[in-house]
Design a protein around this ligand. Structure first.
Ligand code: PMV
Length: 302
């Protein structure tokens, strides 16, 4: 069995696609697992069967469209692990991570499957190689991915990332006191990223401002300066709104979280739906913010 966690982008989503820095942290509480089973299957089948509750898939490998992301990944893994053919087994993928919600479910699904192949074949891959393989599939999910999702999930550590410069692993003094809440609106990353790219010249200044903010956030994070982290989250949200990456419901939920005591709140991931993150100061505030977000129509994930 292989598994992989979710992630949240703390600072710099969208700008990170254009070479600006971004910061992401793993979310170990939410996971995707993948496992092989046979259950008598091998006696009468000559193909792999893939069952994924994340995307409602139950299909044999050969029935899948050649461009379907899991099929593309299986083709890559056949070569990577030097297999003459794929195991004639059932590959079951189970997910706690909602899809199209900014939490990296696409990269996590790929990485859980890669790790299952490592277990099955006894061939370990470096985190860097796992990240590279998942990146190939991110291109199908995202169009023009930055590479931050696959890196943070493959390493399982906070990363400061710049496309073309690789990632720097960060050691935080303590996990951030964050609430993760889902707006309930599905938002395919590919569409939002494509839309912002189509209006790049109108957005360029904002993108560069987000980059500066993410660069400043690295020091503040390493110092665990929570009030300053909160200010930068709020400032990042303002810039994301200007970028048209937010939406009415997210704005409403973010406002509700702040009113209930969140010191900082912003969308996370592609936006126009999906999840938001809210920073809390103490346990009493945490409970209040969760209640306010639920009341305002969000689902609390963490
Ligand atoms: O929405 P997610 O979890 O797929 O994250 C997307 C982050 C973006 O910066 C918008 C795109 C990217 O490839 O970095």
């Amino acid at each position: 069995m292989g598994s992989a966690c979710a992630k949240v982008i703390l600072f710099g989503e969208h700008a990170v696609v254009y070479g600006e820095p971004g910061i992401a942290v793993p979310v170990p509480q939410l996971r995707i697992s993948a496992e092989f089973s046979t259950d008598g299957y091998t006696q009468y089948r000559h193909d792999m069967r893939i069952i994924s509750d994340r995307i409602g898939l139950n299909s044999s490998y050969s029935e899948l469209d050649p461009n379907q992301p899991i099929r593309r990944l299986l083709d890559l893994l056949k070569t990577e692990f030097g297999l003459r053919e794929l195991p004639h087994k059932i590959l079951t993928i189970h997910s706690d991570i909602p899809p199209e919600a900014g939490l990296g479910s696409g990269a996590a699904s790929s990485i859980a499957i890669i790790r299952t192949f490592s277990e099955e074949t006894g061939k370990a891959l470096s985190a860097q190689r796992v990240s590279e393989l998942a990146f190939e599939i991110e291109k199908i999910y995202h169009g023009t991915p930055s590479g931050i999702d696959n890196l943070v999930i493959a390493t399982g550590q906070p990363v400061f990332y710049r496309k073309g410069h690789g990632g720097e692993l960060l050691t935080l003094k303590q996990p951030l006191p964050l609430i993760i809440a889902n707006s309930g609106i599905n938002s395919p990353t590919r569409e939002v990223v494509g839309d912002i790219r189509a209006n790049f010249s109108a957005h360029e200044l904002t993108i560069r401002e987000i980059g500066k903010l993410a660069a400043a956030a690295k020091t503040v994070l390493l110092e665990n300066d929570l009030p300053r982290i909160a200010d930068l989250m709020n400032e990042n949200q303002r810039l994301l709104e200007r970028l048209s990456a937010s939406c009415e419901k997210l704005n409403h939920l973010i406002e509700a979280a702040r009113k209930a005591g969140a010191s900082g709140a912003k969308l996370t991931g592609a936006g126009r739906g999906g999840n938001l993150i809210a920073l809390y100061r103490n346990e009493a505030d945490r409970a209040r913010i969760k209640a306010a977000l639920t009341e305002a129509g969000a689902t609390i994930y963490v």
